[in-house]
Design a protein. Structure first.
Length: 257
């Protein structure tokens, strides 16, 4: 089974899809950041709402999301709240509030994909998945380890768990301690991409993992994250650099005329 691209309600994304994070703290800064990043034409924009200072004011979040949708100029939006345990910002709200927030964002048609950590409480996970499905949005079930890289067997199991939980896309991000860890992640990605009937996304963070951000797609990763203006995780590279390497590799792999 071949690696799968991500297909949203608006159509199939490029393989690999280049996703740029938005991490502004205020609504006005978010609009400015979106305009600057959208001009670089990423395939996706990820709003990391845990960076948003008014996250505890649902009306403010939804207003910012509506403005972001308009400013994105048709670029699909991935809505993400990353928890502290998986590398996100510390926020002054409950998990129940976050579940309600995801529901409102989905109901308003303000996101094309939502990222939910697969280790979330089961009832919360199901509630967000149902809200996304009802709205025609996709659910990315994710796992992040900012300390180490599990074994190939464990990584494959993470991808499989996401699929078992009903993910539309399975995502795994880890921190390598050696080049062998990077090889392990790529081996797990290749296996999952060929065995699972959903797209998979993977990346190794930090300097050692840079190769995964430009060549992970060769092993089946359907998406890579690149910096439009500010990074949201260690090791992210500028959009221009990522696109240059991806296109160079694609040319090298294409049949000679």
């Amino acid at each position: 089974m071949a690696a799968r691209p991500i297909v949203t309600r608006h159509g199939e994304l490029a393989f690999p899809a280049v996703c740029a994070p938005l991490v502004a703290r205020t609504a006005s800064d978010l609009q400015e950041e979106c305009a600057a990043v959208a001009a670089k034409k990423p395939d996706l924009l990820e709003w990391r709402v845990d960076f948003f200072s008014a996250i505890g004011d649902m009306r403010a979040v939804l207003a910012a999301a509506r403005d972001l949708r308009a400013a994105a100029n048709g670029i699909p939006i991935l809505f993400t709240r990353r928890s502290v345990r998986e590398g996100g910002e510390r926020i002054p709200v409950s998990e129940e509030y976050i579940v309600d927030l995801y529901g409102e964002v989905c109901a308003g048609g303000l996101a094309d994909l939502v990222d939910v950590e697969m280790e979330s409480e089961a009832s919360h996970l199901r509630t967000v998945q149902m809200a996304a499905k009802d709205a025609g949005a996709m659910t990315v079930l994710s796992f992040h380890n900012f300390r180490a890289t599990p074994s190939v067997q464990d990584l494959v199991a993470r991808f499989e768990r996401a699929y078992t939980l009903g993910a539309d896309v399975a995502k795994v991000a880890v921190m390598p301690q050696s080049p062998a860890d990077v090889l392990g992640l790529m081996a797990a990605t290749q296996q999952a991409a060929h065995e699972l009937p959903i797209p998979v996304v993977s990346m190794a963070m930090g300097p050692l993992g840079a190769v995964t951000r430009t060549a992970g797609w060769v092993f089946g990763s359907a998406m890579t994250f690149a910096v439009g203006r500010s990074s949201s995780a260690p090791g992210q590279m500028p959009i221009e650099d990522v696109r240059f390497v991806v296109e160079a590799l694609k040319r090298a792999q294409s049949p000679k005329a």
